[in-house]
Unconditional design. Structure first.
Length: 221
């Protein structure tokens, strides 16, 4: 550092300050953007370790500023495209139905998709294939939405019987639950966004110093 100060005192102060500014800008930009990348990776890992899958993990994204070049005011924004889900599993939210008294949970016998290829719900249930849903109240345990007059296929699925004899006698037909109805569901907390963010962000100052020292060493070679 003494040689650099001597160079500045010998009349190269302007060049010295310009180089110091360049080093600082590079160090801040590299450290901030690098630390944001580490945070994004840590948050994705938190989702996966919480058993919520890689698709939700990939909802964590990153934007760097500036997008090109360097700056002392460099910044990075780490965010999720699935904010509602992340918040729910981060807080352990209680979910209630927004349309009625019950929350409808599809049973394993329910089709995966409803009308319009949307996620199955009672409102888009394909009654033209299975017949009308029927409400079954149970004082103990979850109530049900069921379909009657179902026959089991060779694949183990169910479909509405068209046999007049079977419909008359009930032979070989089943009443199949399609939805469990519960008042509410409590999501177990699986994420800890604040703890991950604090842990990763705490090393930023050290990163800036390390990046600055590395740049100086490269220029002295």
């Amino acid at each position: 550092m003494k040689a650099r100060l001597d160079a500045a005192l010998e009349g190269n102060l302007e060049a010295f300050m310009a180089e110091e500014l360049d080093i600082a800008e590079r160090a801040v930009t590299s450290a901030v953007h690098g630390r944001a990348t580490r945070l994004k990776s840590a948050l994705r890992a938190d989702v996966i370790s919480g058993g919520l899958g890689r698709r939700l993990a990939r909802s964590w994204q990153q934007k760097n500023y500036p997008r090109h070049g360097t700056s002392l005011g460099a910044a990075a924004y780490v965010y999720t495209k699935a904010e509602t889900l992340i918040e729910a599993f981060d807080a352990g939210a209680t979910i209630k139905s927004s349309e009625g008294f019950f929350l409808a949970i599809p049973t394993p016998s329910a089709p995966k998709r409803g009308m319009g290829r949307k996620r199955i719900t009672p409102s888009n249930f394909p009654e033209h294939r299975f017949g009308p849903l029927r409400f079954v109240y149970r004082p103990q345990g979850a109530s049900l939405l069921v379909v009657d007059n179902q026959r089991q296929t060779k694949a183990g699925n169910y479909t509405r019987s068209r046999s007049k004899k079977a419909l008359r006698t009930g032979e070989g037909l089943h009443t199949v639950p399609m939805f469990w109805l519960i008042p509410q569901a409590r999501l177990r907390r699986r994420l800890n966004v604040d703890a991950v963010t604090r842990s990763v962000s705490s090393g930023l100052a050290g990163d800036i110093d390390a990046a600055s020292q590395a740049t100086r060493r490269r220029r002295l070679r």
